[in-house]
Design a protein around this ligand. Structure first.
Ligand code: SF4
Length: 455
């Protein structure tokens, strides 16, 4: 790819990636003259020219339009050339719901823009349904904050996982000090909290901790536990009645059980140590405890047919979980599977996704949040589905980036949102456990400064 505009190169490459990195040779040139955006391409010796005129209100919008028109032009050429339409058309690198909210804030309907960007009718409708499900929860207000606690340990490492998490056996040595650091972080961060919306203890696998370890995390949070309170308990092989009772005692309202698949064969392939029957045992254990439950599934796991995936969605529905999140496999560089397998056919993934939409809507679930990732199988998306009035506030806040996030622990990224200019600033703690523990004083100081308050 050659272009006279360096700042457009990444955007254009995102479009090329949609078409499996074809073609090899693209020449692009861009200019803006007299209110018109000109994008010219030469691809395989053929020339294409696009002219787009649009009124520009400010610099930010001008930059958005430069990117939008260039991507759309290239998308049109490649879609025609390879006779392929993408479910999200030329929308890359932006969360579709965020873009829809931007249009709504301008007093516009989001649909015309999505149609212009060649988003499929089904996906335009999906976005409309998500915005509706978020009514009453989506909120942009200064001082709103969610609290995230990172437990970066897992029983074993799953093959597809790119997250920085350590098998707990190998990191036991660090655990007591890690919990001490977390207790301190929680106490010292309380003055930074204004209007707390939710608490989320995530991982990794928080249930990889022992009962007493878990209690050390939960106890200091007691004074805050008056909001939606989620523990991403995680893999069913580490569920125990004692841990669940402890969550109840400390005011936890919601847990995640993450089977990813209802096929024993796939569980083995992805490096899980548990079976489908353990998933059911976890559901038996929580029966009657009154938690809202989120179940995670992944479409596109190695070797899974469309039928196996569909049967997994049906089984997830039968568990009665309040939320079911359907992810499309996204392979990043940390994932072992990336080296071992190639993506399954885009068409199969799209079939899985459309079947999951049908089954979940038919069972009374509504889509309530979504996000897309790079390298996502089939250029699809991850969608969280909820039973009516059971949407998870934390998931909406995180995906729409409307709320500050105070993130504690190793490998935790705090976020501060500024509404005036739409800026989102981040503060990340150290990923490596040893360095995190060594730098804990510095982290506390810097994070307090980041939130512009004094401890
Ligand atoms: S349980 Fe989750 S965080 Fe842990 S290794 Fe597996 S996918 Fe990664």
């Amino acid at each position: 790819m050659t272009t006279n505009c360096a700042f457009l190169e990444n955007e254009l490459m995102d479009v090329v990636r949609l078409f499996k990195n074809r073609p090899d040779q693209i020449q692009h040139s861009y200019r803006y003259e007299d209110g018109v955006f000109f994008n010219d391409f030469v691809i395989d010796g053929q020339s294409f020219s696009f002219k787009d005129r649009e009124q520009v209100r400010d610099e930010l919008e001008f930059k958005r339009l430069e990117r939008r028109f260039a991507k759309l032009a290239l998308y049109e050429i490649l879609s025609e050339k390879y006779s392929e339409k993408m479910p999200w058309g030329a929308l890359t690198g932006i969360r579709p719901t965020k873009l829809a909210y931007t249009e709504l804030e301008k007093g516009l309907d989001f649909r015309p823009l999505f149609e212009k960007m060649r988003v499929s009718k089904q996906n335009v409708e999906l976005v409309a349904q998500i915005l509706k499900a978020q009514e009453g929860i989506y909120e942009k207000r200064d001082g709103n904050v969610d609290l995230f606690i990172s437990i970066p340990f897992c029983p074993t490492k799953c093959a597809y996982c790119s997250f920085i998490t350590a098998p707990i056996e190998k990191t036991r040595y660090f655990l007591p000090d890690y919990l001490t650091a977390l207790e301190r972080e929680i106490e010292e961060s309380k003055p930074l909290i204004q209007n707390l919306r939710s608490i989320y203890i995530g991982g990794g696998t928080p249930f990889a901790l022992s009962v007493s370890g878990l209690e050390r995390v939960l106890k200091p949070l007691d004074s805050l536990a008056k909001v939606e309170y989620t523990v991403e308990a995680g893999r069913p092989d580490v569920f125990t009645r004692e841990k669940l009772a402890l969550l109840k005692e400390h005011g936890v309202t919601r847990i995640c059980i993450n089977p990813q698949t209802f096929s024993d064969e796939t569980l083995q392939k992805i490096g899980r140590r548990h079976t489908v029957s353990d998933v059911y045992k976890a559901f038996e254990m929580i029966d009657g405890l009154g938690f809202d439950v989120n179940v995670d599934l992944i479409a596109g796991l190695e070797g899974e047919s469309v039928e196996t995936f569909i049967s997994g969605v049906e089984k997830a529905v039968q568990t009665g979980a309040e939320n079911i999140t359907v992810h499309c496999l996204s392979l990043k560089s940390g994932a072992k599977l990336k080296e071992e397998c190639s993506y399954i056919e885009n068409q199969s993934i799209s079939d899985m996704i459309s079947a999951s939409r049908e089954i979940l809507s038919g069972a009374g679930y509504e889509p309530y949040y979504m996000y897309r990732q790079k390298y996502q199988a089939g250029n699809n998306e991850n969608v969280g589905w909820t039973k009516p009035n059971k949407a998870c506030v934390y998931n909406i806040d995180i995906m729409e980036e409307t709320t500050d996030n105070l993130a504690l622990g190793a490998n935790a990224v705090s976020k501060r949102v500024t509404f005036d200019n739409g800026r989102i600033e981040r503060f990340a703690s150290q990923k490596d456990l040893k360095t995190y523990l060594e730098k804990i004083d510095e982290i506390l100081q810097k994070r307090a400064k980041f939130f512009q308050k004094q401890l």
